[in-house]
Design a protein around this ligand. Sequence first.
Ligand SMILES: CC(C)(COP(=O)(O)OP(=O)(O)OC[C@H]1O[C@@H](n2cnc3c(N)ncnc32)[C@H](O)[C@@H]1OP(=O)(O)O)[C@@H](O)C(=O)NCCC(=O)NCCS
Length: 144
Amino acid sequence: VSEVIIRKFNIKDYPEIIALWDKVKLPYRPEGRDSYNNIKAQIANGQTIFLVAEVDGKPVGCVLGTHDGRKGWINRLAVEAAFRRRNIARSLVSELEGEFEKLGLEVFACVIETENEVSQEVFKRLGYEFYDVRYYSKRKTPKS
Ligand SMILES: CC(C)(COP(=O)(O)OP(=O)(O)OC[C@H]1O[C@@H](n2cnc3c(N)ncnc32)[C@H](O)[C@@H]1OP(=O)(O)O)[C@@H](O)C(=O)NCCC(=O)NCCS
């Protein structure tokens, strides 16, 4: 079995990561906050920790962490189907939590769509507690 390497995202990974999000049908915003230019700006803003899991030189998973000085947020976690159930998501999240902890953060959180039962089970397994809340957001531009 090939080794899994967790490393920082590089903007050169962008096309492969977008292809991965497409493949795993993860809802993302290619014209909005996940556009090339926006991701490029985010990885430079000091509040984003974007990690990639690589096998044989190829990205097979990723997680995009953001922090606001209060909490560490876990976004866009994805692992290619052929590489699932090998603890890659666990490693990505654990590495990200370590980075958050280095910044003094002690609360980590994520938002999961109600119908995404797998992801809910995964986060439960990773030690996350479920809070039954309603999520509200306001958008300047429609979802794209
Ligand atoms: C969610 C996802 C990232 C999990 O990736 P993964 O690498 O297979 O997960 P891991 O192997 O690290 O598993 C972590 C834990 O979750 C459990 N788990 C993983 N997939 C599971 C499934 N389908 N059903 C039940 N438990 C599951 C594992 O058993 C493990 O727990 P354990 O160590 O107690 O056994 C992957 O399924 C995925 O990319 N899904 C589509 C995208 C998505 O929904 N992303 C989340 C958006 S919020």
